[in-house]
Design a protein around this ligand. Structure first.
Ligand code: DAV
Length: 344
């Protein structure tokens, strides 16, 4: 295999060839403004989000084992796997490099740095920088964020901008996980507590006029990231979150004529705690190719549904990664999906 990193991915389902898998190393509770925490995080865990507070070491260790097992499984399936550099987040007021999906968006041959709203994420690129440099050397386009991460967009803006969202327009803000790729010229995304209007304009401007960014408005007062609301499985087929979105809300987008299947309601659970997400993190799946889909080992209903839809679910324990804020989609970043390959 050549050492060259290939960056070329413009959907969520073509056969995955090269991928970044996050690391739990050094994960800290992100000490964001209390208003941001209250807008986006589960109420029973609000007090965990304070400066200098690491996630429980046992959860971090177990999450790292789960991520390592994911990396090994993807390698067995023929993917080349990269891992982030280990960064001591405690000294940087940082969060983690467990969720590379939020910080970087790969669209075609471009890697776009998100203008993350959370100030705890302002140094996150340190973890991905060696890989980004290698990608640039090997021909990928690098589109850095030009915004000043020191400006905190929380609460800053006229009240009209803050009606629904905790951030205003003090600077552009967007997280990559508020967008999904549907083809070489198509993204679908949402405004949220971490993505503002100027952030969407900033993303559009950096991608250039060829790429259309369609917006949907899920019914989710805590909206932060779209990847537990919609989950494309293949061209023309997606799971949707029946608590958050009515398929009618996709009118006017390229998903309007897709087959949309409601994801099964997740079973409630308490251990390890879901500090940062709802139980709908269950539908944050990673499609490996036209056949294989990664799904949490305990999510039986989802595995049954995927089998009914003619996929082969690949069950893997991942609940400690869930405790850090995401599942298989959040914890990975596709670098290369082979659009020309026939689904295996
Ligand atoms: O509860 O909807 C979504 C995914 C986090 N990256 C939630 C969390």
């Amino acid at each position: 295999m050549s050492d060259t990193v290939r960056v070329d991915a413009c959907d969520e389902w073509s056969p995955l060839r090269e991928v970044l898998v996050g690391t739990a190393y050094g994960a800290m509770f992100p000490a964001e403004d209390r208003r941001m925490v209250e807008a986006t995080m589960p109420r029973e865990h609000w007090d965990e989000f304070r400066p200098g507070h690491p996630f429980p070491p046992r959860i971090v260790e177990d999450a790292e084992r789960e991520l390592q097992a994911l990396a090994e499984l993807l390698e067995e399936l023929g993917c080349r796997v990269h891992r982030p550099r280990q960064v001591p987040w405690s000294g940087l007021g940082g969060y983690s490099a467990a969720m590379p999906r939020d910080a970087l968006l790969v669209m075609g041959d471009a890697i776009v740095e998100a203008s993350t709203a959370w100030r705890s994420r302002r140094h996150e690129l340190l973890a991905y920088w060696p890989l980004v440099q290698q990608c640039r050397r090997d021909g990928a386009r690098w589109l850095p964020s030009a915004v000043d991460f020191n400006i905190d967009p929380v609460g800053a803006g006229p009240p009209s901008e803050l009606d629904d969202w905790v951030i205003g327009e003090a600077r552009p803000a967007w997280d990559a996980a508020d967008f999904l790729r549907l083809g070489p010229r198509t993204l679908i995304g949402q405004r949220s507590h971490v993505t503002n209007r100027s952030g969407i304009e900033n993303l559009r401007a950096r991608l250039g006029g060829d790429v259309q960014v369609y917006l949907v408005r899920p019914d989710d007062p805590h909206a932060m990231h779209i990847d537990a609301t919609l989950c494309p499985l293949r061209e023309g087929l997606a799971l949707y979150n029946p608590d958050r979105i009515d398929p009618a809300a996709l009118a006017g987008t390229p998903m309007a004529d897709w087959e949309l299947v409601p994801a099964p309601h997740p079973d409630p659970r308490t251990e390890p705690p879901l500090y940062m997400t709802s139980a709908w993190i269950s539908m944050n799946l990673l499609v490996v190719d036209g056949q294989h889909v990664l799904v949490e080992a305990a999510d039986d209903k989802l595995q049954t549904l995927l089998a009914e839809l003619d996929f082969t679910p690949l069950p893997l324990p991942f609940q400690n990664v869930h405790a850090l804020g995401g599942s298989f989609h959040c914890a990975t970043l596709d670098l290369h999906r082979d659009r020309r390959a026939r689904p295996s």
